[in-house]
Design a protein. Structure first.
Length: 413
């Protein structure tokens, strides 16, 4: 018997919650946007009325206002979004304990064992939509399918406040005509690569030789071929399951463009404090560092490198990130935002193969210095101690909220 998998997506989540907080916004084109003062000026969420004007999530405020001159800009209230997200999950838990969050506003539910109590997957979807609307004042779109990938795809097909079903008997008719970018796991780079080989639809992806896809995309090509053919057997994790952390990072949109390597170094140093802290809290060490650089034209580039040995300390994380930036970035444009990520994580203290020309004495000193700094920060506050170069204006906002912690799961390629 096929599984009954639901994917619940809270419609226009941030904007919908803001309308609950301020009923005067109901029926008006609104966009929840980051701080203009700190240059997080992009659309995080929009109402259906704004969507009708073509406003899109992720675009700059000025672009959104060109499409919709009467657009109302609303500042985000993250604590409220978290509250409503938790309330929605409590409702989901009434139907199954297999509830796997996918971001703050989406969840997969495995209701295979619940149908004898609550009816079919379609019945459960209708009950969930009714309860979310009645108890929370919000709407959700629900995808019902026999696997996670198609359930997610189904919830995206019809919005808002809708149920879409994709079953084994009809998935080819529904899924295969769609563009490849419609399926989770396929980002812009993979879409472009597939299209360059004439693979535009999910049907064409499903019918492509697996050997070709492996040649183009590596082992991920085989995974995507399986997804397109309905062969996703990934489980919906139990509510108590803790996924292994795959990477830990921190990013920031700067208050003004960075114009030289020294300014970039200072930002990486500040960001690395948090990355190091989280590595230690999770008992992990990094064997690689990845940086993301967004320039003043909103174009993003990513670079990564291996570390000479496993590290936890912020000093070497920032040093490696800065050296990688200097080596790879060409400075044709100034830098708007930066992120640093510790990757290829292993359990702290696992051990490693020593190399002849590495300065392990210096490394040990930096680890001990960073540990001392973190202890002082934990006891007396994060501003109680820092490096002299970070005492001035380093073009960073007071509060950094762009925390990046990636668990195991589906990745955009």
């Amino acid at each position: 018997m096929d599984r009954i998998i639901l994917h619940c997506d809270m419609n226009n989540f941030y904007a919908s919650v803001e309308t609950l907080l301020n009923p005067k916004l109901k029926g008006k084109p609104i966009a929840v946007c980051g701080s203009l003062e700190e240059r997080h000026g992009i659309v995080l969420s929009k109402s259906e009325e704004a969507k009708a004007f073509g406003v899109k999530t992720g675009e700059a405020i000025w672009q959104a206002r060109q499409k919709c001159p009467d657009l109302l800009i609303v500042s985000p209230h993250y604590e409220e979004y978290l509250k409503y997200s938790k309330l929605a999950r409590e409702i989901y838990y009434d139907y199954t304990n297999q509830v796997e969050p996918f971001g703050i506003d989406e969840c997969w539910l495995d209701c295979t064992g619940s149908v004898h109590l609550f009816g079919s997957g379609i019945d459960i979807a209708k009950q969930l939509r009714k309860r979310i609307k009645k108890e929370l004042g919000l709407t959700i779109s629900v995808g019902v399918s026999f696997n996670k990938v198609f359930a997610k795809l189904a919830s995206d097909l019809k919005k808002p406040d809708a149920t879409t079903v994709i079953m084994r008997e009809n998935f080819k008719e529904i899924v295969w005509p769609l563009e490849v970018s419609a399926m989770i796991g396929i980002g812009r780079a993979t879409t472009a690569k597939l299209r360059s080989y004439g693979i535009d639809t999910l049907g064409e992806l499903a019918k492509s030789p697996p050997s070709l896809l492996k040649h183009l995309l590596g082992i991920n090509g085989i995974t995507l071929w399986k997804y397109a053919n309905g062969m996703d057997d990934s489980i919906v994790y139990d509510a108590d399951y803790k996924a292994p952390v795959k990477s830990i990072g921190h990013g920031v949109t700067c208050t003004a463009d960075l114009v030289n390597n020294e300014e970039v170094k200072n930002v990486f140093m500040e960001l690395s404090f948090n990355v190091s802290k989280r590595l230690k809290e999770n008992g992990l060490e990094a064997n690689g560092v990845q940086i993301s650089v967004r320039d003043e034209k909103f174009f993003t580039k990513q670079y990564q490198t291996k570390t000479p040995y496993p590290i936890q300390n912020s000093i070497e994380l920032a040093q490696i990130a800065t050296e990688l930036f200097i080596k790879r970035y060409d400075w044709k444009t100034n830098v708007r935002s930066l992120a640093i990520r510790a990757i290829d994580l292993t359990k702290a203290g696992t051990g490693f193969q020593m190399k002849l020309f590495c300065d392990y004495i210096s490394h040990d000193k930096k680890e001990r210095l960073d540990t001392a700094i973190q202890k002082i920060k934990n006891k007396y506050g994060k501003k109680s101690i820092t490096f002299a170069s970070l005492m001035g204006n380093i073009k960073m906002p007071e509060e950094i909220t762009e925390v990046i912690t990636l668990p195991a799961g589906v990745h955009l390629l």
